[in-house]
Design a protein around this ligand. Structure first.
Ligand SMILES: [Zn+2]
Length: 177
């Protein structure tokens, strides 16, 4: 990784702050360790160390580090996940849809991964109420839930006439695979 670490960390601080404005403050039990290349392949992800309370952002192995927009595009997705870090196995369509939504909001680049599009589109359709529902579940509910633990019955009460949006809500609260 030859990208200036100071620049990377400044970008992450800025993006995490913006993600917090959208969906509420991050889980204070977690902090960002470092930003580095993913040794396992050409995709970005978080590497979590739950017992030590931090996560590293891994950028895709082939990322063109001279292209700052491309770097910021990958950082935005992972910084949204930094609000409630989880392992990839725990991720839901809601987590991935919100990460893709934030990525687009911050860089004006829409994901080209077909795997992420249905989640992004469901988030976009339901965004107005979904934002309040997710903030509530993460921060204010009696049983506070990290993003990947939010289930259908947690968000459903936030939607009036939920019968017409039930499909989206059920899809969003399913595991992402
Ligand atoms: Zn993701």
């Amino acid at each position: 990784m030859t990208i200036d670490q100071d620049w990377l960390m400044t970008q992450c601080e800025d993006l995490i702050l913006k993600a917090e404005r959208l969906l509420g403050r991050r889980d204070p039990n977690w902090s960002l360790g470092s930003v580095r290349r993913n040794p396992d392949g050409d995709y970005p992800r978080l590497h979590v160390y739950p017992e030590r309370g931090y996560a590293d952002i891994l950028l895709s192995s082939q990322l063109d580090e001279g292209n700052r927009t491309a770097v910021r595009y990958e950082l935005a997705h992972e910084c949204l996940h930094m609000l409630d870090p989880c392992t990839a196995k725990e991720s839901t369509n809601l987590c991935e849809g919100l990460a893709a939504y934030f990525q687009y909001k911050e860089t004006r680049q829409r994901t080209k991964h077909e795997k992420y599009l249905p989640a992004l589109e469901a988030v976009e359709r339901q965004w107005v109420r979904l934002q309040g529902a997710v903030r509530h579940c993460r921060l204010h509910a009696v049983e506070r839930k990290p993003m990947h633990m939010i289930g259908f019955t947690d968000i459903e009460p936030w939607f009036l006439n939920s019968s017409d949006v039930e499909g989206d809500l059920r899809f969003l609260t399913k595991a992402f695979d």
